[in-house]
Design a protein around this ligand. Structure first.
Ligand SMILES: [Zn+2]
Length: 121
C-alpha cells in the first residue's frame, strides 16, 4: 500500500528574472509549482516538467545553493525535463483550457489578479 500521491498545485504568475520561469516549493501537504504565464506553449511544458521533477526527485537539488552538487542536480533535472517535454510535445500533447475562463488566473505575490479587459469601444 503506497501513500496517496499528492498532485502539486499549479499557479501562474509573473516571476521576477531572478526566479527564472518556474519555481517549485515542496510544501509537505501539497507542493506548489509556479509558472510564468508569459512563456510560449512548448517552453511552458518544459518548465512544468522541470518543476514537477524537482518535486518528484527532491534529493537531486537538496544541497546548498550554488554548490557543485546543487548545480549537478539542477543540470540533471533540466536534462530530464527536456526529454519529457520533447517527448510529450512530439506525441502531440498541448495545453488546452478546459473551463469557460479563457485567460488563466494570474497571481501576484499575495492576491489573485485577473487580466484587465481593454476598454476600447
Ligand atoms: Zn530547477
Amino acid at each position: 500500500m503506497g501513500r496517496k500521491r499528492v498532485v502539486p498545485r499549479i499557479v501562474y504568475r509573473h516571476l521576477g528574472k531572478e526566479w527564472c520561469w518556474g519555481q517549485a516549493t515542496a510544501y509537505p501537504k501539497r507542493p506548489l509549482i509556479e509558472i510564468d504565464p508569459r512563456l510560449g506553449a512548448k517552453r511552458m511544458l518544459e518548465v512544468v516538467c522541470h518543476e514537477a521533477l524537482h518535486i518528484a526527485l527532491p534529493h537531486l537539488t537538496d544541497h546548498p545553493p550554488k554548490s557543485k552538487e546543487y548545480k549537478k542536480g539542477e543540470a540533471e533535472v533540466d536534462r530530464l525535463g527536456k526529454i519529457l517535454s520533447d517527448t510529450l510535445w512530439k506525441d502531440g500533447y498541448r495545453k488546452v483550457l478546459l473551463t469557460k475562463h479563457q485567460t488563466p488566473v494570474l497571481l501576484s505575490r499575495h492576491k489573485v489578479v485577473r487580466k484587465k479587459k481593454k476598454n476600447k469601444k
